[in-house]
Design a protein around this ligand. Structure first.
Ligand code: PLP
Length: 399
C-alpha cells in the first residue's frame, strides 16, 4: 500500500463527516432533514441578480483568462470602498489580496505565519478549519474559551493564559460560527489591547459581518491604532455566492510589522496563479451594487431564527442561547444520562428523528455536549425537523 501523508490523514471536518451515516439512511429510502451545512444556496437564497448577470457577462465578454495573483485592480478598488464604508478603515488597493474565498485566505495566512510547533489562538468552539488548517501547516490550534453564559463572548483572561512564546496570532470569528455570537465593542477592544501587549497580529474573520439580528458588527480593523489586523471577508455569506469561491483579505498594518509575512503570502499567492477571473467581475458588481436584497433575506432569516429559538426553548433536556448573527444556533444538551457524548446524541437524533445536526465537540472542546443547527431552511422545513426532534427528546426522556 502506498502510504498517504500524516498531515493529510489527520484532517477532520465534523460538518461533512456526519453526512456519511445520513447517506446510509437515505439509501434505504428514508428522508433526512439536513441541518448541517451552512449553505444558503441550497435553500431560497441566491446571489442578487446584478451579480449573476455580471458573472455571465464577464464570461461572454471573454474575461476567461488568468488574472493577477493579488486580484483584479477593479475588484481591489471595490473592496477598498466597501471596507471604508463598513469599517471606516484607511486602506488602499495595495493592502488587499483576492482569494479563492476565506478558506484560501486562511491557508495563505496560516501557511505564511506558522513553523512547526508555533500556535495560533483560535476560539473554542470554532469553525473547524481553524483547527484543521493550523494543524495542516504544522501549527497548534491553541483554543481559547468563549463563554456561553456570557452570550459566547471570548474569555479575555483565558486568552491571556493561553498566549506563550510560540503564539503567532489571535484569530477572531465574529459573528461566530457555530455559536451565532456577536461580540461587544468592549470585547473587541480588549482583544486588541491584549494583542498589542504581546505584539501579536489579529486575524479577523468577518464573513457574516452584515448578517446580524440585534446590534451591529464591530471590526477590530475599525478600532486598531498600531496592532496589525488582517481582515477576511468574501462573497459566500452576505452575498450568498458560496459556490463561486471568492473572497479577500486586507492588512491594516500602520507600522509595517507584517512586511515579511506579506512577502510570504505573495509567494503562496503566486504559486497558485490567481483567483477565478469572471467571479471577480461578479464580486465588483456585488460590492458596488445595491444591497436591498439583504434586507429581504435578513427578514427571512430573522423569522427562521426566532422560530427555531422558540421551538428549542420548549424542548426538554436542552437549553439554548439566542444567536445574534450568522445562521447557526448551538443548543446545549442538559440531560446527559442517555448518551455517551454529543456525537452519540447527534447520531441517535439522526437515526430516530431523521434530522441531521453536527456534534458540538466537532467545533473544539468548548463545544462538547452541544450541537449545531443551521436554520437556513424555510419555517415549514424547520417545523417538521423540530416536530421530529421534539418527539424524539420526549420519548428518550419520558417527558
Ligand atoms: N469562515 C467562517 C466563520 C465560516 O463559517 C465559513 C463557512 O461556513 C467560512 C469561513 C468559509 O468561507 P468561504 O466560503 O469564503 O471559504
Amino acid at each position: 500500500m502506498i502510504r498517504a501523508s500524516e498531515r493529510a490523514m489527520g484532517i477532520e471536518y465534523a460538518i461533512r463527516d456526519v453526512v456519511l451515516p445520513a447517506r446510509e439512511l437515505e439509501k434505504k429510502g428514508i428522508k433526512v432533514i439536513r441541518l448541517n451545512i451552512g449553505d444558503p444556496g441550497k435553500y431560497d437564497f441566491q446571489p442578487p441578480k446584478h451579480m449573476r448577470d455580471a458573472y455571465c457577462k464577464a464570461i461572454q465578454d471573454g474575461h476567461n483568462y488568468y488574472g493577477p495573483s493579488e486580484g483584479l485592480p477593479e475588484l481591489r478598488e471595490a473592496i477598498v470602498s466597501r471596507e471604508k464604508r463598513k469599517n471606516g478603515v484607511d486602506i488602499t488597493p495595495e493592502d488587499v489580496r483576492v482569494t479563492a474565498a476565506v478558506t484560501e485566505a486562511l491557508q495563505f495566512i496560516f501557511g505564511a505565519l506558522l513553523n512547526p510547533g508555533d500556535n495560533i489562538l483560535v476560539p473554542s468552539p470554532s469553525y473547524p478549519p481553524y483547527v484543521g488548517l493550523v494543524k495542516f501547516y504544522g501549527g497548534i490550534a491553541n483554543e481559547y474559551l468563549t463563554v456561553e453564559e456570557n452570550g459566547w463572548q471570548p474569555d479575555i483572561d483565558d486568552m491571556r493564559k493561553k498566549i506563550n512564546e510560540r503564539t503567532k496570532a489571535i484569530a477572531v470569528i465574529n459573528p461566530n460560527n457555530p455559536t451565532g455570537a456577536l461580540y461587544e465593542k468592549k470585547t473587541v477592544r480588549e482583544i486588541l489591547d491584549l494583542a498589542g501587549e504581546y505584539d501579536l497580529p489579529v486575524i479577523s474573520d468577518e464573513i457574516y459581518d452584515l448578517m446580524t439580528y440585534e446590534g451591529q458588527h464591530v471590526s477590530p480593523g475599525s478600532l486598531t491604532k498600531d496592532v496589525p489586523v488582517i481582515v477576511m471577508n468574501g462573497m459566500s455569506k452576505v452575498y450568498f455566492a458560496t459556490g463561486w469561491r471568492l473572497g479577500y483579505f486586507y492588512y491594516i498594518d500602520p507600522e509595517n510589522k507584517l512586511a515579511e509575512v506579506k512577502e510570504a503570502i505573495d509567494k503562496m499567492a503566486r504559486i497558485r496563479l490567481c483567483p477565478n477571473t469572471p467571479a471577480q467581475f461578479a464580486a465588483v458588481a456585488g460590492l458596488t451594487g445595491p444591497m436591498d436584497y439583504l434586507d429581504e433575506y435578513m427578514g427571512k432569516l430573522k423569522e427562521r431564527r426566532d422560530y427555531i429559538y422558540k421551538r428549542l426553548t420548549e424542548i426538554p433536556g436542552i437549553s439554548t442561547t439566542k444567536p445574534q448573527g450568522a445562521f447557526y444556533i448551538f443548543p446545549r444538551i442538559e440531560e446527559r444520562s442517555k448518551w455517551k457524548n454529543d456525537k452519540e446524541f447527534v447520531l441517535d437524533a439522526l437515526n430516530e428523528a431523521h434530522v441531521l445536526f453536527v456534534h458540538g465537540s466537532g467545533f473544539g472542546y468548548a463545544g462538547e455536549w452541544h450541537f449545531r443547527i443551521v436554520f437556513l431552511p424555510p419555517v415549514e422545513i424547520l417545523e417538521e425537523a423540530m416536530n421530529n426532534f421534539e418527539a424524539f427528546m420526549r420519548k428518550r426522556l419520558g417527558a
